[in-house]
Design a protein around this ligand. Sequence first.
Ligand SMILES: Nc1ncnc2c1ncn2[C@@H]1O[C@H](COP(=O)(O)OP(=O)(O)OP(=O)(O)O)[C@@H](O)[C@H]1O
Ligand SMILES: [Mg+2]
Length: 240
Amino acid sequence: MSAVLRLAGMTSGYGAVAAVRDLDLEVGEGEVVGLLGPNGAGKTTTLLTISGLLQPSRGSIELLGQDLAGRRPHRVARMGVGHVPEDKSLFYQLTVRDNLALGTRTLRRDLDQVTSWFPELARLLNRKAGLLSGGEQQMLALARTLIRRPRILLIDEMSMGLAPIIVERLFGMIGDIQRETGLSVLLVEQHVAMALGACERVYVLNHGQCMFEGAVQVLRKDPALLEAAYLGTSAVGQTA
Ligand SMILES: Nc1ncnc2c1ncn2[C@@H]1O[C@H](COP(=O)(O)OP(=O)(O)OP(=O)(O)O)[C@@H](O)[C@H]1O
Ligand SMILES: [Mg+2]
């Protein structure tokens, strides 16, 4: 499988403090990969660095073989990285339609596509984003990013603050979109069971270091591996 996204030896953080160290990570064409780990492990930092909002102090980040390091966030987005941040970054005073319009010049055409993926949004187009439910806001955040047709979708903590049944639905929608479009997905998630259900392969970070990398199947057979990675007592290098 060819890599859409490839991080090699990536180190990144805030000032002199490295929050992620020496990370090797790959997401293949059409692959759904989870990035897991306890609070403060470096998951958000990793996504921010891929998107160009933070610059790595070492290592490389490639999208389809093109170097992303040093590029500005808008450029990285245009190259095909779609990022749904933890705070969703919606314009809450604007309508759903206007939030979507910010991502495309061909809204009329793209609306059909978006509402086929997220049917709920069809009847909410004139509602202000701030008046939507948490699940609807998450759909809008996903839709606004997907409308730009990214090659890879980075999602930070989609389950945050949402009822499990809503999260399950959102994961189902992402799975459908992924199968339809061949999109690659890198999913940061605290809800481990949900992530294991949605991903083929996961990385587990702890204190900025990768403690496990491998197929979800491996973790299903040996759940102690996941626990050890979360506790920071296992070593990297587990594979399918
Ligand atoms: N703006 C910042 N300035 C300085 N340090 C930061 C900043 N943001 C995060 N950190 C630190 O970097 C480390 C990694 O944080 P990060 O937000 O990437 O973790 P995370 O895995 O996303 O955690 P969570 O599950 O809580 O979202 C933590 O030690 C955190 O305190
Ligand atoms: Mg985070």
